[in-house]
Design a protein around this ligand. Structure first.
Ligand SMILES: Cc1cc2nc3c(=O)[nH]c(=O)nc-3n(C[C@H](O)[C@H](O)[C@H](O)COP(=O)(O)OP(=O)(O)OC[C@H]3O[C@@H](n4cnc5c(N)ncnc54)[C@H](O)[C@@H]3O)c2cc1C
Length: 556
């Protein structure tokens, strides 16, 4: 019988596919961040930040991030014998990432080693690490942020602060006194009110008369309490004196499991490596932090720091998107030419890069204001009062559309889970929602205008520093001032427009002074002078695309 010749069906040669963007230092290859760290007073920390950048860009850490998302946490309510345990099981990849974050002190460094630039240094390292995985940023950020609020109650701070400042990650479900390190979370949001925390219905009953630092029993619930595996939480509850802040530990001082139940974990859009829970308190022991009735004022110290992290997180997502997009376009050819050489793609990449640079520069400038304000600088305190809300609103908003466009630069590959872009995309709306959603930030700016006019003046003083050198910014800022406050009847409905323009003015001022010349020029002509479209990739023709793309390339 004659044999039939069949062509080989072996895998064909793979061509025109980019190499994975791994084993690179996400800090050293981010010129904007390196410059910002030096400028904002943290050059002493370069080596430390670089070490985090090296880890975050490694294939190993990138793979841990993917694994932690593919294997989300599982609620464990009972042990095998039926005893309640109310804990969460995490994949080993999560624990490894947490151990790295904690050993690099992303949860505590500025409090452990306070010095000029400490919040900038920690912010830059946080940005680098979040590029391996953003979910671990949640307990890391909350532990970093709990310290200033906890210090309102010195005896509680004396007991808990050393645990939170430990650089040892100890995931054991055991009393904090028996562990080598502890982590913190927060519980404000209830079913009937997240933004409106004054609608809280959780009740606090004093055990022995009550008062600052004293024990209370909490009964009620929280609708969103992330990282419920943490060792202690700041939570809000109604005491006789009004809404108050309490330290609620997982275990009571006598070594008993505290009286709470984890009801469910949320099935979330993104941030899937991290657990967010619904919890019920059943006469749970908790200790009053600050005065009864001063709960919002006390916990806001924590919230402010997590809001800084939202700004850093928004900027991080954009940097990650730009790095992936430029990398892909530099290795993929279409119609005989690399994508990065195609004029229209160059416009898209450059526009994404301009947005990313504006975000990073703004975020690190804000971190410096934290350093200065904590050192007693009142001008910095005023500036950050307004700039934090303005930048949280705008950078977190921009991060969402930015992620979608960066994803599209990878074409179909970008829509596929393995590229990491879907994870980036799903994560992108989160920073805008938690810690005060978009509208809430805008209303907060209006509140500052009424209650702290000095804060608005400090904000515009910063804008003016750039406006003196750039007529387009000067014209934009002067028009904006004319709109403020404007018709008071309509100011609330105009708040987004005003705050967006304040953000653009601030970013413009920072870019003019500190950014790359071509980036600043592109920003002023597009965002400030209106020579721009509705989507990314609509920068005017005279833009120096080559320079902007090269500056932002992770491969150069
Ligand atoms: C993944 C995730 C994790 C979270 N983790 C925690 C946690 O650990 N601890 C915790 O306490 N909370 C947590 N939250 C809750 C989060 O902080 C709230 O969802 C958020 O503050 C919004 O509150 P809400 O969901 O009740 O929405 P609402 O307060 O009902 O707001 C709905 C919308 O209305 C807008 N809005 C509110 N007031 C006004 C107004 N006056 N004018 C115009 N618009 C307004 C808001 O901007 C928002 O867009 C988490 C949320 C998510 C998504």
């Amino acid at each position: 019988m004659a044999t039939i010749e069949r062509p080989s069906i072996g895998t064909h040669e793979v061509a025109n596919q980019p190499p994975p963007l791994v084993d690179y230092n996400v800090f050293r290859t981010d010129r904007v961040l390196v410059e910002a760290v030096k400028r904002e007073g943290a050059d002493w920390a370069e080596a430390r930040i670089s070490a985090v950048g090296e880890i975050a860009g490694s294939e190993h850490a990138q793979s841990l991030g993917a694994q932690a998302n593919e294997n989300p946490p599982r609620l464990k309510t009972h042990d095998r014998y039926g005893n309640r345990v109310d804990t969460v099981d995490f994949h080993p990849a999560w624990h490894e990432l947490m151990a790295l974050a904690v050993s690099h002190e992303l949860h505590c460094s500025p409090w452990k080693d306070p010095r000029p630039g400490a919040h900038v240094a920690r912010g830059a390292a946080f940005m680098c690490f979040s590029q391996a995985e953003a979910g671990v940023g949640c307990p890391t950020s909350m532990t970093y942020s709990v310290i200033p609020a906890l210090r309102t109650q010195p005896e509680l701070a004396a007991e808990w602060e050393p645990r939170f400042l430990s650089s040892s990650y100890d995931p054991a479900n055991a009393p904090a006194s028996q562990k080598s390190g502890a982590l913190a979370g927060m519980g404000m949001t209830e079913k009937q009110g997240g933004t409106d925390v004054r609608a809280n219905t959780t009740l606090a009953r004093p055990v022995n008369g009550g008062g600052p630092g004293a024990e209370y029993e909490l009964s009620g619930h929280k609708w969103f309490m992330s990282a419920p595996q943490c060792d202690a939480f700041l939570v809000l509850a109604q005491a006789d004196g009004g809404i108050s802040c309490f330290l609620f530990p997982r275990w009571t001082p006598d070594g008993e499991r505290n009286r709470f139940r984890l009801q469910r974990l949320k099935d979330k859009l993104g941030n899937r490596s991290n657990a967010s829970s619904e919890i019920e308190f059943d006469s749970a022991s908790a200790w009053l932090v600050g005065e009864e009735g001063a709960g919002v004022r006390t916990i806001i110290e924590m919230v402010n720091h997590t809001r800084l992290d939202c700004v850093l997180g928004g900027a991080t997502g954009m940097r990650a998107g730009v790095a992936q997009a430029i990398h892909h376009a530099s290795h993929r050819s279409v119609f005989g030419r690399e994508l990065v050489e195609q004029p229209l793609m160059r416009n898209v990449l450059a526009d994404l890069a301009v947005e990313s640079e504006a975000a990073t520069i703004g975020a690190l400038r804000l971190a410096r204001a934290y350093d200065e304000a904590l050192a007693g600088d009142e001008e910095a305190q005023s500036f950050k009062r307004v700039a934090n809300a303005v930048l949280k609103y705008w950078i977190c908003k921009r991060a969402v559309v930015h992620a979608g466009e960066a994803l599209e630069c990878l074409g179909g590959n970008g829509y596929v889970e393995e590229s990491g872009m879907p994870r980036l995309f799903r994560e992108s709306p989160l920073n805008s929602i938690w810690e005060g959603s978009g509208n809430v930030q805008c209303l907060d700016v209006l509140r500052a205008m009424v209650k702290s006019p000095a804060a608005v003046e400090a904000f515009f003083a910063e804008v003016q520093e750039g406006a003196v050198a750039e007529p387009r910014l000067a014209a934009f800022a002067s028009q904006l001032r004319d709109e403020l406050p404007g018709d008071l009847e309509t100011i609330e409905s105009r708040a987004r427009r005003l705050v967006e323009r304040m953000a653009l003015a601030l970013q413009g001022s920072l870019l003019v002074r500190y950014g790359d010349e071509a980036v600043a020029d592109a920003f002023c002509s597009s965002r400030l002078s209106g020579n721009w479209g509705q989507a990314f990739g609509t920068l005017p023709a005279g833009t120096d695309f080559t320079r902007i793309i090269e500056r932002h390339s992770p491969d150069k």
